[in-house]
Structures are given as structure tokens and as C-alpha cells.
Design a protein around this ligand. Structure first.
Ligand code: APR
Ligand code: PHB
Length: 389
């Protein structure tokens, strides 16, 4: 078999790339380790920058997003018992759109099916060979049979634990990492969201976040120790703790109900440089991870895919390889700024026991400054709505 672009991973990065290439007449093959049902069962963040919304529109997967996505003109930060609003649209000129990543993945899978091209799921032992040559190969097993696909290029869209990054010689890569000493316990519940915008809460007991997926589906998070297990958090304990970390008016209007999903995710900042090696290009979580506090993960995957699709289109349209050569540097400039923002927001809002009472006061002083300064709020807003591509 052969294809123009071999894509490893059918998360949002891989599927969006496949769709943008398809629209531009470029053939690709998507190989995925897990089943389609498994990929669609993962619950991830759901805040889209306007630029990501526009990219999904240009990929022609916007119908349901335009119908069901919610436009948010701002969000709240709560601290010291009070809520304070960041007026995103007023400060930065743009809202964000709340639409779950799982739904985006579903829309992209539907588009892939409609294009007649396959997603080879449950592919085992996917590996890349011949990276030192001009004809890299994807190898994998499907239903016990071995397959080899010759590719012009390989896109490593296989997330943090994928094979692509590991295939690049160690001496070529530099990894930057920060692991945070806590995780987020997330709960999905069929209850009306407590507020029609997101509330990020700073509290001495730890961070909390009130988010949503739809007018009937809420998503809440609590900062918890990494040693905790979801089983340590029966629903009653979760709701009681969440209420304690929210201002009284919010806690009083919180509608609780049985959880339909509960999981703990660690928080990590991670970047690999460079994001490409010969004919292999990394995109999305394969190349970088942000802590979820600024909701930047999916949005960074989208900007990588924008740059990569444009670079591949230029290659096939006019043999112009300059964007492919510049891909890593172009992506990394935006990646690092989003890393900085996610790190900053994480540091501002979480409880870091090791930084002591002085650290706690620094956070409160910064929050007080933030809401007393239009310049500081504007800086937050312009990062939250997303820096330009
Ligand atoms: N072979 C084939 N597929 C693989 C392999 C492998 N060895 N390893 C991982 N995969 C698949 C995973 O099963 C997953 O479906 O690659 C896909 C990667 O998808 P994501 O983890 O969703 O990563 P990405 O598409 O880059 O999306 C980034 O996801 O984690 C969030 O915050 C992040 O929102 C951001 C988005
Ligand atoms: C979510 O809804 O899952 C969500 C929203 C905002 C974040 C992180 C997660 O910053």
C-alpha cells in the first residue's frame, strides 16, 4: 500500500489533518491503536478559541458545532468568597465557544466516513520505519495481518504516549517538562450548569472549576492529591467539597445529581523540540502538553494542524517546502506562549502547599491586582481567547 500522508492517531489532531488534506485533494491513511468507541468515550476539555472554530468551519465540520456550541463572552474567577468577571469580548473583541472535544472528534469521524476514506482502528504495533530515507513506511498489524504503507510524509498525531516522538533519535530531541504536585478530579453530571459561564475558583482548600457541556450537562473539577483515586470520591463527598470551594451564592444554587463519569487527570507541562524530524511531523499532544487550566490543549492541536496542513498543501501544490522546513519553529513560537499562559493560570489558581503562607498571599495579591487593572485583565483575556496564528 501507499499513501501521501500517513497519519498516526485518530484524536482531533489526526482527524482534522486528514479532513483538511482531503478537502485539498491530498490522500491520507489514519491508523489508530484503539477502537472508535474507545476514542469517543474519552472526555476532554471543551473551550474553543475563535480561530479553532474558524478552522473547523474551513474543514466543513461546523454544522453541529454552530447549532449546539455555546458562545461565551466571559468567565468568572472566584476568590476570597467573591466572583469577578473577565469580559472576554469587551476586553479582547472575541468570545470563546464551548463545545466538547468528544463532539468534535465525532463530527470529524463522520466527515472521514463521508469522504469514503478509512480510519484503520485497533491497529496493533504501529511503527515508523525508513525515517532516514525519503520514503518512510508505516507498519502495523490489523486483525493479525501485517501491513506496510509507503508514505511521502508521516504525521505523528498519536498523543503524549504515542510511538512517533519515540521514533525520533534521542540525540535530536530536547524535552522540557514540569509535573504539578496534584491532579484534577473531573465529574460529568446530568444537571443544569450552576452558571451560564465558566467559574474558575481559587480557594484555600484547593482549586475548583465549574464548566459545562450543554444546558443539561455539567462538568466540574476539583484539585486533589495525586495519590487520590476516583473511588475515594463518592458523589456526596464530591458535591460537598465543591460547595465548600465556591462562593456561597454559587454553592447555594448548585444542582447536584449522580455522576455519569468520574476520573482523575494529572497536570503536566511538556514540550519537545524540534517538532519534526526529516519526513515526520509531530502535532498536538504528541509534541506538547499543557495543564488544563487555560483550556489550551485542543486549541494548540488545532494551530499545529493549521500550520501542518498549509505546509503540506504548499508542498503538493507548488513543490514549495519552505513551510514544512519552518513547521517546528512556527508551531513552537505559539506553543511556548500557550505553555506560559497555562502555567501562569495554574500557578495563580491552585493551592501549592510547599509555597507556604507567603505563596498564598502572592496569589491573592495577584488576583486583587488583576481585577483592579484593565491592562492585566486584557492580557488574560487576549491569551484566553487565543493568540493569533
Ligand atoms: N498507534 C496508533 N495510535 C495511537 C498510538 C499508537 N502507538 N498511540 C496513541 N494513539 C492514538 C490514541 O489512541 C489517540 O486516539 O492517538 C490518538 C491521540 O489522540 P489525543 O490524545 O486526543 O491527541 P491529539 O489528537 O493531539 O489531541 C489533542 O487532546 O488530550 C487532549 O488536551 C488535549 O485537547 C487536546 C487534544
Ligand atoms: C472543561 O469543560 O472540561 C474545561 C473547561 C475549561 C478548562 C478546562 C476544562 O480550563
Amino acid at each position: 500500500m501507499r499513501t501521501q500522508v500517513g497519519i498516526i492517531g485518530s484524536g482531533p489532531s489526526g482527524l482534522l489533518l486528514a479532513q483538511l488534506l482531503h478537502i485539498n485533494g491530498i490522500e491520507s491513511l489514519v491508523v489508530e491503536r484503539h477502537s472508535r468507541a474507545h476514542v469517543l468515550s474519552r472526555i476532554r476539555a471543551g473551550v474553543l478559541e475563535q480561530r479553532a472554530v474558524e478552522l473547523l468551519r474551513s474543514a466543513r465540520v461546523h454544522q453541529r458545532m454552530d447549532r449546539e456550541g455555546q458562545t461565551h463572552d466571559g468567565f468568572d474567577i472566584a476568590f476570597s468568597g467573591q466572583r469577578h468577571r473577565i469580559d472576554l469580548t469587551g476586553l479582547s473583541g472575541s468570545p470563546v465557544t464551548v463545545y466538547g472535544q468528544t463532539e468534535i472528534t465525532r463530527d470529524l469521524m463522520d466527515a472521514r466516513d463521508a469522504s469514503g476514506a478509512a480510519i484503520i482502528d485497533q491497529a496493533e504495533d504501529v511503527c515508523i520505519e525508513g525515517l532516514e530515507t525519503d520514503r518512510p513506511m508505516l507498519k502495523f498489524f490489523k486483525d493479525g495481518r501485517a501491513h506496510t504503507v509507503a508514505c511521502d510524509f508521516v504525521a505523528g498525531c498519536d498523543g503524549f504516549h504515542g510511538v512517533s516522538r519515540q521514533t525520533i533519535p534521542k540525540a535530536v530531541l530536547k524535552e522540557y517538562e514540569r509535573i504539578y504536585p496534584f491532579g484534577w478530579l473531573g465529574v460529568l453530571a446530568e444537571t443544569p450548569p450552576v452558571s451560564n459561564e465558566l467559574i474558575y475558583a481559587h480557594h484555600e482548600r484547593g482549586f475548583a472549576l465549574c464548566s459545562m457541556r450543554s444546558p443539561r450537562l455539567s462538568r466540574y473539577y476539583l484539585q486533589v492529591p495525586l495519590t487520590d483515586d476516583p473511588a475515594d470520591w463518592p458523589d456526596d463527598r464530591f458535591w460537598t467539597e465543591l460547595k465548600r470551594r465556591l462562593p456561597a451564592d454559587v454553592a447555594n444554587s448548585l444542582v447536584t445529581g449522580p455522576s455519569i463519569e468520574k476520573s482523575i487527570a494529572p497536570l503536566r507541562s511538556f514540550v519537545v523540540e524540534p517538532m519534526s524530524y526529516r519526513r515526520l511531523f509531530l502535532a498536538g499532544d504528541a509534541a506538547h502538553i499543557v495543564p488544563p487550566t487555560g483550556a489550551k490543549g485542543l486549541n494548540l492541536a488545532a494551530s499545529d494542524i493549521h500550520y501542518l496542513s498549509e505546509a503540506l498543501i504548499a508542498h503538493y501544490a507548488s513543490a514549495d517546502n519552505s513551510e514544512l522546513v519552518g513547521y517546528s519553529n512556527t508551531c513552537l513560537r505559539r506553543v511556548w506562549k500557550a505553555e506560559r499562559f497555562s502555567w501562569w493560570m495554574t500557578n495563580l489558581l491552585h493551592r501549592f502547599p510547599e509555597s507556604g503562607p507567603f505563596g498564598d498571599r502572592m496569589q491573592l495579591a495577584e488576583l486583587d491586582y488583576l481585577f483592579g487593572s484593565r491592562a492585566a485583565m486584557t492580557a488574560l483575556a487576549e491569551n484566553y481567547i487565543g493568540l493569533p496564528y
